[in-house]
Design a binder for this molecule. Structure first.
Ligand code: UDP
Ligand code: MN
Length: 251
């Protein structure tokens, strides 16, 4: 039997949300044994995402958890100012711990809604025994960031330039862990109160992992199979003018 991949996706309302979710869902439709845990950054489940998931054809769990206002980015803030997706990933972790048996064979992945994923990366992570890592393209101000030199399934060198002293110099899209770790370390989760760039490291060290524990994937970490892409924010000045005049609804 193929181990199931449980992927947690934080998502929030914005003009490009449905476009991003569509691109992602149509990739995921090609991934067997997959459960998509979608966690909205909102007080309630929105009609847009509810409808979207219903017609997606995917196996999914729909949750919501609003980011505390102290930690919420304003639309005018630069993206790096605050961590993003923390409460949502934690809500997904809570759901897994409360709803799956502790001996569930499966793999956990954090799947942001705007990145670009190959089908191969899912098959790479599926065989994770404890924790695995691979390079993420267009990340860390480099052509890729993460494991840079690997042999016999072990990482020998990390390719990173920004804060290389981080316990795990790796992007959210660059690792997966076996579900058993979540049950062995029930307190491990994300935190809003970590220095910039330390979200992944905080979570992975909470699982009592060290760099040398990572199983190298993606052909001895020689291939980029996922990219940290971003969707350009559209300029909506005309639509916004119509909204002000009451001629368009803000959704
Ligand atoms: N996100 C969220 N609430 C926010 C901002 C972001 O739930 O206020 C989600 C977003 O949909 C994505 C993840 O958190 O799945 C990472 O955010 P983003 O892609 O904006 O960050 P970046 O990849 O640019 O660091
Ligand atoms: Mn992103």
């Amino acid at each position: 039997d193929l181990p199931t991949i449980y992927a947690i996706t934080p998502t929030y309302a914005r003009w490009t949300q449905k476009a991003d979710l569509t691109r992602l869902a149509q990739t995921l439709l090609h991934v067997p044994n997959f459960r998509w845990i979608v966690v909205e950054d909102s007080d309630t489940k929105t009609p847009l995402v509810t409808r979207f998931l219903k017609f997606s054809g995917l196996q999914y769990t729909h949750l919501n958890a609003k980011t505390d206002t102290n930690f919420k980015l304003k639309s005018t803030d630069p993206n790096w100012l605050l961590p993003r997706g923390v409460s949502q990933r934690n809500e997904g972790l809570r759901w897994i711990r409360e709803n799956l048996p502790a001996n569930t064979g499966g793999v956990l992945y954090f799947l942001d809604d705007d990145n670009t994923y190959t089908l191969q990366i899912f098959e790479e992570m599926r065989s994770t025994k404890v924790a695995s890592a691979w390079p993420v393209g267009l990340s860390g101000g480099l052509k890729f960031e993460g494991p840079g030199k690997c042999e016999n399934g072990k990482v020998l060198e990390w390719y990173t330039a920004w804060k290389p002293e981080r316990p795990f110099p790796i992007d959210m899209a660059g690792f997966a862990v076996h579900l058993k770790l979540l049950f062995q370390h029930p307190e491990a989760q994300y935190s809003n109160s970590v220095p910039r760039g330390y979200l992944e490291s905080h979570f992975l060290t909470g699982l009592k992992l060290q760099r040398q524990d990572m199983e190298a994937k993606a052909n001895e970490c020689s291939e980029v199979l996922v990219w940290h892409t971003r969707t350009e924010k559209p300029k909506m000045k005309h639509e916004e003018a119509l909204i002000k005049q009451g001629k368009s609804s803000n959704s």
